[in-house]
Design a binder for this molecule. Sequence first.
Ligand code: ADP
Ligand code: MG
Ligand code: MG
Length: 255
Amino acid sequence: MSVLEIRDLHVTVETDAGTTPILNGVTLTIRTGQTHAIMGPNGSGKSTLAYTIAGHPKYTVTSGSITLDGEDVLAMSVDERARAGLFLAMQYPVEIPGVTVTNFLRTAKTAIEGEAPSIRGWTKDVKDAMKNLRMDPKFAQRNVNEGFSGGEKKRHEILQLELLKPKIAVLDETDSGLDVDALKIVSEGVNRAKAESDLGVLLITHYTRILRYIRPDFVHVIVSGRIVEEGGPELADRLEEEGYDRFITEAGTSV
Ligand code: ADP
Ligand code: MG
Ligand code: MG
């Protein structure tokens, strides 16, 4: 059992206009085995939260804390975060020229585990995971994210999730740009990872659609860098009907 604790997190970003506060006191606790959905309008700070957990250098934590099982995540390098069991799937994954999917995955697995997996076992694991996600075996030999379609990027993220077996996964807009079939396959992958390894999931999304396939235990609504409402899955159903307008008005902001 692991727990990721985010306490009163304040984050700023440097822009041309100077230092801009984006997160204004976010508090959230995610345990392994739980699925939390973070929902909010565009520009509310969802990706900023994901990037901050990932350790992206553009985002400065001005106060508050993030710990994983009591260990200070903010003091860890990006690599150390991955080794500690955090997994971040990015909204805009980067291209890695000259590195094939299979080598990328094996390098990542080696970095996380501290030793290289046996070739034979690893090849089988990759093959099985790709089959589960209905991916063409040729995909393993392509360069990471080079010319990947939106759906391929998402499947590649979930492939990593299934193979790297993190404790807590942060999935930022995993649903964006997917047709219904791809969304189902990707959601099945997340649900399989949850079933296999007691994974904790922080599912960041603007739309409620993915929550039909990955049922959250908790839903948090973020507006203007603050969590303004929390509840169970029924809160997502309400958002589906009512949208975010009510929360935006209550938070006294325009987005
Ligand atoms: P969301 O993911 O909820 O759409 P973001 O976290 O991407 O929101 O953005 C929140 C706010 O912070 C937006 O106003 C956005 O323009 C600003 N912001 C986020 N990241 C950066 C950045 N790297 N540079 C400048 N502004 C940023
Ligand atoms: Mg956005
Ligand atoms: Mg975003």
